[in-house]
Design a protein around this ligand. Structure first.
Ligand SMILES: [Zn+2]
Ligand SMILES: [Zn+2]
Length: 369
């Protein structure tokens, strides 16, 4: 039972506190991981502000990587010493969604995530006598985590863990949306709304898929410059007029074949819808609150056969997709080093979230010594 430091959200919108907590040993089918690094993601922020309504007090963090310290009974796919990326949607492998090959929709993992529990409905984290909630069976903003076996994906040991961590959320979500959800084909015109960690991953996925043009849209010039370094052929500042019209200009008047919304803003989804050609596809990745509604014109949906697709965790099968993405990294085709613009110690977690709110980093990562 490790005693460790963890970053706790005591209550909605409260500052995080770094405190000593205990972590129970892994049960059957679970793995104890010493966390090496964990990315600071907008979804953590969405838990802080209540957009994602998870119970508190909760240990945040879901974009982690580390080293397996111990395994519970029955674990076969990883062993002590293995380097792993954590998946925030560990699948049960039994529900209809898992059986259909859609583990990102796993019924059990989804339900247990909303109740802040492990897959068996119980918890492993305690502060004194008080039980804490888990974020998506990961809670990686802590020195150790107990995760389901299906949430720990073994990777090659020569990959730096502070870069591998990004594959735990942003990169799989963004690149997966291109490869798996949209299935972008070579030569397709792609527009990417929002150039944070996920949006830049969409840009990278589009480049690997052979898309052209790749049009990045953001409100910050610094993000647009980054998007160009990651493969965008054009950059449009959303403040400088009608982005959809500009995208049509850049695609011979027709509109993009695919538009990705990586912000979580219903108005931007409408812009993305306006920006695709007839028969084009809009892929919505950004998370908005439960009450947000998307408005699109009914008639064009029919007569122009546009499609609006949701994309959860890049429609990924983590056991297949994460090693595949890391092979692309090792081949120099997927940029991860360039995405990490600052690292923080666990004690600097509130600074890391302030920087995220202010768009300071491409990706900030908490690292553990
Ligand atoms: Zn399942
Ligand atoms: Zn995330």
């Amino acid at each position: 039972m490790p005693v460790m430091n963890a970053s706790i959200l005591p209550d909605r919108n409260a500052p995080l506190v770094v405190e000593s907590v205990t972590l129970d040993a892994p049960k059957a089918g679970e793995v104890l991981v010493r966390i090496a690094a964990t990315g600071v993601c907008h979804s953590d922020l969405s838990v802080i502000d209540g957009t994602l309504p998870l119970p508190t007090p909760i240990v945040l963090g879901h974009e982690g990587a580390g080293v397996v310290e111990a395994v519970g009974p029955g674990v076969a796919s990883v062993k002590a010493g293995d380097h792993v990326v954590l998946s925030w949607r560990p699948q049960c492998n039994r529900c209809p969604y898992c059986l259909r090959g859609q583990p990102y929709l796993c019924d059990l993992a989804n339900r247990m995530s909303l109740s802040g529990a492990m897959l068996d409905g119980t918890r492993r984290l305690k502060r004194g006598a008080e039980e804490l909630f888990h974020m998506t069976q990961t809670s990686s903003m802590a020195e150790y985590a107990v995760v389901p076996e299906t949430g720990a994906i073994a990777i090659d040991r020569d990959i730096p863990l502070d870069k591998a961590a990004l594959v735990g959320c942003a990169v799989t979500t963004g690149v997966g949306a291109v490869f798996n959800t949209a299935r972008v084909e070579p030569g397709a015109g792609v527009a990417v709304f929002g150039c944070g960690g996920v949006g830049l991953s969409v840009v990278q996925g589009a480049l690997i898929a052979g898309a052209n043009p790749i049009i990045a849209i953001d409100l910050l010039d610094s993000k647009l410059e980054a998007a160009k370094r990651f493969g965008a052929t054009h950059a449009v500042n959303g403040k400088s007029g009608d982005a959809a019209a500009r995208i049509r200009d850049l695609t011979e008047g027709q509109g993009a074949d695919y538009a990705f919304e990586a912000i979580g803003n219903p108005d931007v989804v409408s812009q993305a819808y306006d920006s695709v050609r007839r028969g084009g596809k809009v892929v919505v990745i950004g998370v908005a609150n439960m009450m947000a509604q998307i408005s699109i014109p009914h008639l064009t949906l029919v007569l122009q056969e546009k499609a609006v697709l949701g994309s959860c965790y890049g429609s990924a099968r983590p056991q297949l997709d994460m090693p595949r993405l890391l092979r692309l990294y090792k081949a120099g085709r997927l940029k991860l080093d360039e995405m990490v613009t600052r690292t923080y110690k666990l004690q600097e977690v509130n600074q890391a979230f302030d920087d995220l709110r202010n768009g300071v980093n491409l990706r900030g990562v908490l690292v553990f010594s």
